[in-house]
Each structure stands twice: as structure tokens, then as C-alpha cells.
Design a protein around this ligand. Structure first.
Ligand code: AMP
Ligand code: MG
Length: 413
């Protein structure tokens, strides 16, 4: 049995990120939200593209206004009006100013902007009643970004700010990593799909739906293999197909159920016969039977325990970072573990690292963890609803008192 940290290290070493050359596709900018850039972006444009005004006001020559004040204003004649979007036509000479607006191009000859608020317009003249600083309110060409440099690195996720940068740089077609493909199968004779009338002893295969949702929320593509009965031959054929090189299908294969010690738990035995097992069980609660195997073509198999809470906890703890690392993210793919204050006492038997599900709340600027109400048992899926975090009690910690700090895994980040 591996510790959680050992299991994590093994899993991370097994995960090979997608290839930045072969595992890519081109998407339009409007379809790029949430995708991960596979190649760095360079632009031939400077930012700003030209010297422009940061204020509504007057473009002037600094030497004409350097020692003016309210009692002794500089009086300049206005030779042109330059709104945003226009190319100035004239060159400023001594004693001249141009009316200018935010974002408009600075005319030749001007080197400083005087903001409107310290000026007084009189017909074709303007009185400057306070001396600006030299070069004030000029947004200098290339002062934000110089053409030819790297604009965005590979391996970042494209959210609104990056989309804005790419739009501004006229990058309309982007090379992003393809979505990781994750196959999901459920094992168990008791399982049925959501639309079936339940017969005695049957339950809905809720893990399938939960895992598909989780995979999709990570920006990956879920491929459902549905329910596989507790039949060794059928299960073996299904797993073999899912992990085979030629299947071309999934990068990651997740099953739930069938990894315990019961008579009908075949997953470990099948993975054993196919070779490549790296983890047989992990010292955690819930989630002890987690089984992990690796196959050719960098395919990784996660045999999650069947109990709904165990399946989700092991998914969040191990599979989620594995999918994120695989997806090409260069950073922030590890679990987001933060410190929070326990709002009530938390218990564990201290024998294994214990994961308690509940809610992370921001209260007066501090994170608090509130345990989910109801039974904290791995078979209870009802109180998993609204869970966004897992409090982690280290091995041998039997209790955390209210107000005490604890590590919390923020599962939604
Ligand atoms: P197992 O590990 O197969 O013995 O399953 C442990 C428990 O989890 C049993 O009570 C199963 O009925 C339940 N379970 C297994 N698979 C699923 C599933 N896909 N959805 C919901 N519950 C499941
Ligand atoms: Mg089962």
C-alpha cells in the first residue's frame, strides 16, 4: 500500500503531457476559451501601435508649457483636432497645440499631453493653466510589448484576458492542444442507466454521470463505455480494448467499482494479467482500493473504488491533476491545496490520511471549511451535492478543533 504522496508521485511520473507538435488542433479565437495554447505566440505588431494620448486634452510641445501656471497661463493656438482613429495631418510648431482625445495618435512635433481639466478653451486658442510633466500622458509606441518578442507562452489556458490579447494581436486562428480523451466505464451487475425502472437490488450508475461531468468540466472529452457486468471475461475484453494501442481512443481510462476484495472484484486481477500495475492501494480514507496501471502509448488506467464518495475523492485527488498535466498546462495542474479554518470539529480514526467532504467558504476574507451535513460515509452520495472541497486530516490526526487550520483541497480549481 502506497501513501498518498507516494501514489501522487507515481501518477505524475506516469503522465506524459500531450505532444506540442502532434497533439494539437487549430481553433478560431471565438472557440478558444478554456483551451490550452500549444505554441508560443509572437506578434509583428507593437503595443501600443503608435504614440497615443492617455487623456482627453491637448497635445503640446513641453518647452511651450514648462513654466506656465494659473496666473501666467501659456496661450497656444489650436491647429488641428485629432479624435481616436484618425491620422494627424499637421506638425506642431512653437506656440501650437492640437486638440486630442484618448487613444488618438500624437501629432509630429508634440511630446506631451495636457489634460483638459487644466485648460481653458477660447475660440481657436487654449490657455494652459498648469505645467505638465515632460512626456506626460503619452502612451509610447511599443512600451507595452515590442514586436517580435514572445507575446504569450505555450501551456497557458486561454481565458478572457488572453483572448483579449490575442484579438488585439489579430491572432484569429490558434494552435491549441487537442482535448485529452478520457474513457469511463462502470462495473457492477447492480447498475442501470438513469432511464431504467429500478428492479429490486438495482441502483443507477451515478458514477458514470459524475465522472463524465468532472471530465468535461476539466475541458477534456469523455468517452462513455457504459456499464460492464461483473463478468471476468467481458470486463477483461472491455479493459483490453480500452487500453490497447490500436484502439487509438482514450489517453486515460477510468473505471469505478470492482477494485475491492470481494468475489466479484476483477479489475486488479485483470490489470495484473495485462501487466503494468503501479499502484494497488493507497493509505487514504475513502479511496483505499485505488488501482493504477500504465499501458503503451502513455495510456493510464485508474481503477477507482465504486462507492460514489470514494470515486469522487480519488478522482479529485489523483485523476484531476493527471488530466490537467496531460492536457499540456505548463503550471497550476497540481491540486489546489489551501489553508482554511475548520468551522466545526473534524474527526478521523487516524489510521489513514482522511478526506472529509464539505464546503470551502470565504468569510470575512478568511477561508473556512464546513463539513457536509449528514453521514460522512463513502456510500452516501446525497451529501456530496454542494461539495466544493475536501479537508485533509493527516494520518494519526484524530481530531481538528473548531478554528484550527487545516489543509483543504479546493476541488473546483
Ligand atoms: P464495488 O467496489 O464494486 O464493490 O462497489 C462498492 C459500492 O459502490 C457498491 O455499493 C456499489 O453498488 C457501489 N457502486 C459501484 N459502482 C457504482 C456506480 N457506477 N455508481 C454508483 N454506485 C456504484
Ligand atoms: Mg461492484
Amino acid at each position: 500500500m502506497q501513501s498518498v504522496n507516494e501514489a501522487e508521485a507515481i501518477i505524475y511520473s506516469l503522465v506524459q503531457p500531450l505532444d506540442s507538435q502532434f497533439d494539437t488542433e487549430t481553433v478560431d479565437l471565438l472557440r478558444a476559451t478554456g483551451r490550452i495554447l500549444a505554441k508560443p505566440i509572437t506578434s509583428h505588431l507593437d503595443f501600443p501601435h503608435w504614440d497615443n494620448s492617455a487623456m482627453d486634452g491637448y497635445a503640446v510641445r513641453y518647452e511651450d508649457v514648462s513654466d506656465c501656471n494659473a496666473q501666467n497661463p501659456a496661450i497656444l493656438s489650436i491647429i488641428e483636432e485629432i479624435p481616436a482613429g484618425y491620422q494627424p495631418k499637421s506638425t506642431l510648431q512653437a506656440g501650437q497645440a492640437a486638440r486630442i482625445f484618448t487613444g488618438a495618435v500624437i501629432p509630429t512635433g508634440a511630446d506631451t499631453i495636457v489634460m483638459q481639466e487644466v485648460t481653458q478653451r477660447e475660440d481657436n486658442q487654449v490657455l494652459i493653466k498648469a505645467a505638465p510633466k515632460p512626456k506626460e500622458f503619452i502612451r509610447k509606441k511599443a512600451s507595452y510589448y515590442q514586436a517580435g518578442n514572445e507575446l504569450l507562452p505555450a501551456g497557458i489556458i486561454l481565458n478572457a484576458p488572453e483572448i483579449a490579447v490575442l484579438a488585439a494581436a489579430q491572432c484569429n486562428h490558434l494552435c491549441v492542444y487537442r482535448k485529452p480523451k478520457v474513457a469511463i466505464l462502470s462495473t457492477g451487475d447492480e447498475l442501470v442507466t438513469v432511464d431504467k425502472t429500478l428492479q429490486p437490488g438495482q441502483i443507477v450508475d451515478s458514477n458514470n454521470y459524475a465522472l463524465i461531468a468532472n471530465v468535461q468540466q476539466l475541458g477534456a472529452e469523455a468517452i462513455s463505455y457504459g456499464i460492464v457486468p461483473d463478468n471476468e471475461e467481458i470486463l477483461k475484453a472491455t479493459i483490453e480494448k480500452a487500453v490497447s494501442k490500436s484502439s487509438g481512443g482514450a489517453d486515460i481510462i477510468i473505471s469505478s467499482g470492482g477494485v475491492s476484495v470481494g468475489e466479484y472484484d476483477y479489475v486488479e486481477k485483470i490489470l495484473e494479467s495485462l501487466g503494468g500495475i503501479h499502484i494497488r492501494s493507497v493509505a487514504m480514507k475513502p479511496g483505499k482500493p485505488l488501482t493504477v496501471a500504465a499501458f503503451p502509448n502513455n495510456k493510464i488506467y485508474f481503477g477507482l473504488p465504486g462507492n460514489p464518495a470514494s470515486a469522487l475523492v480519488t478522482f479529485w485527488r489523483f485523476v484531476q491533476p493527471a488530466i490537467k498535466k496531460l492536457s499540456g498546462l505548463s503550471e497550476n495542474w497540481r491540486p489546489a491545496i489551501i489553508k482554511a479554518k475548520a468551522s466545526t470539529e473534524l474527526h478521523s480514526d487516524g489510521k489513514r490520511e482522511t478526506y472529509i467532504w464539505g464546503k470551502l467558504k470565504l468569510i470575512n476574507g478568511e477561508y473556512e471549511f464546513e463539513i457536509a451535513g449528514g453521514n460522512q460515509v463513502s456510500g452516501n452520495l446525497i451529501n456530496l451535492a454542494q461539495t466544493n472541497a475536501l479537508a485533509i486530516l493527516p494520518k494519526e490526526t484524530k481530531s481538528i478543533l473548531p478554528g484550527q487550520q487545516i489543509n483543504v483541497l479546493n476541488v473546483l480549481s
